[in-house]
Design a protein around this ligand. Sequence first.
Ligand SMILES: Cc1cc2nc3c(=O)[nH]c(=O)nc-3n(C[C@H](O)[C@H](O)[C@H](O)COP(=O)(O)OP(=O)(O)OC[C@H]3O[C@@H](n4cnc5c(N)ncnc54)[C@H](O)[C@@H]3O)c2cc1C
Length: 453
Amino acid sequence: MPEIAHKGYRPTIWEELAGAPHPSLSFQSSFWHSVAPAGPAAQRLAGEARTEIAVVGGGFLGLSAALHLAEAGRTVTLLEADEAGFGASGRNTGFVVPNLLTSVDLDDVRGEFGAEKADLLLRMLGESGELVFDLIRRHGIDCWAKQTGWMQPIHSPVKRDWLEERVRRWQDLGRPVKLLSREEAVAETGSEAYHGAFLDPTGGHLNPLAFVRGLAAAAVKAGVTLFIDSRAKEIGRHGAEWRLKTDHGTLVADKVLLATNGTGGGLAPRAEGTQFPITLFQVATQQLDPDLRKSVLPNDRCSADTRKELIAYRWTDDNRIVTGGLLGNPLGSTDRGRSYHLRRLEALLPQLPELRADFAWQGRIAVARNYMPRLMRLGDGAFSAIACNGRGIAMTTALGRKLALWLDGGSNEDLPLPVTDPDPVLFPKLAPLAFSLWLPFSRRQDARDLRSS
Ligand SMILES: Cc1cc2nc3c(=O)[nH]c(=O)nc-3n(C[C@H](O)[C@H](O)[C@H](O)COP(=O)(O)OP(=O)(O)OC[C@H]3O[C@@H](n4cnc5c(N)ncnc54)[C@H](O)[C@@H]3O)c2cc1C
């Protein structure tokens, strides 16, 4: 049987109820897993090892931080519980999105972090698509990367003001984003359902597992020691050192960065408890007639709309469409989950034939109360960063680089985030249920928006 979740990680009853990863929807069952080149060879930590900086978690965040630290000349060791990309980084839709979630506007960032940090964060985010594609070019990563643009079409005319404001605000920051008219949005997406769109030409899409494995290979080449199958189970301070214990060894470090995306399995429970875990469902269709590419996303952009329960879709190089979202059924019926997302896409794009899920898998995201990235202090020289919030490829890769510059001796002023203490949600054990409860309300809001069209 394929692995269900992260090794050594047991979903709680609440996560089960909220649709914890199902055995048949594993890392190995993903489409990306079937086509991504292998990651770099690595071993498990055994005995005691010493390093200057320990990074825990081999997703985009941990690997980007480790790579940039090694490039700055630091001695870095990365502990990964399974293999690089085993978490959300290897299982996502592959959209490179240099933007915030729909429900977060630029003023929210200023309200949360203050004007100076917000400006740094927004600048970092705006440039994050360019960073991702530059890294891919610089390290020669073979990951089907297409910098063809990320689109966010509006599903109802009631979002028109929001769209105009969003475009204007990013343009004011100097970003080359565009507003697409209804006609342009219909032509670009292939769907008559849309009324306009946000376009960021610096975004795009890629094979996420191939990208994260490529980052791992680049990190190893730059000098990072990568240990896989090495879940950190305890972290403790002993004199001036930090000690991270796995089942088979101990890593001793001067500084530690946890990048476990809230799936640390209790390694830093207060930091993990600041996040709401959400399980997302992904499907890749059968291979479709390449002629359909002339009417569906003809410029090979990717599209994720403004519904609260958004519809996102993109092509793969071998003419499949990848889509997905929240579980159709919180109790985890895999068949319903599969067909739910395909039927939504067929309704949006009637030119498509009946779709079949040749591949189906699940992944876990972590979302903060305010949908903002977090950098939390665990002790002197130890930090936990979580920046997923469902739009993480560009954000986490860019933040990993910023954290590397900071851990390399950069100043707090240059950090795009404040360093805070972990403040877990009130009942962290119930957090996995939050989004299942939220889903019916979101669907009602989406339906209201559509009725007012
Ligand atoms: C289905 C799905 C679709 C998505 N689609 C998109 C998209 O299209 N675009 C986008 O930008 N974002 C998307 N996201 C979000 C994006 O994937 C994440 O934001 C991003 O991958 C987070 O990266 P990360 O490095 O923080 O975490 P992860 O990739 O989750 O990495 C954390 C790593 O830490 C390891 N780990 C955990 N605990 C320990 C421990 N104790 N010891 C050692 N290792 C440990 C895990 O095994 C894992 O490999 C999606 C997510 C999902 C699940």
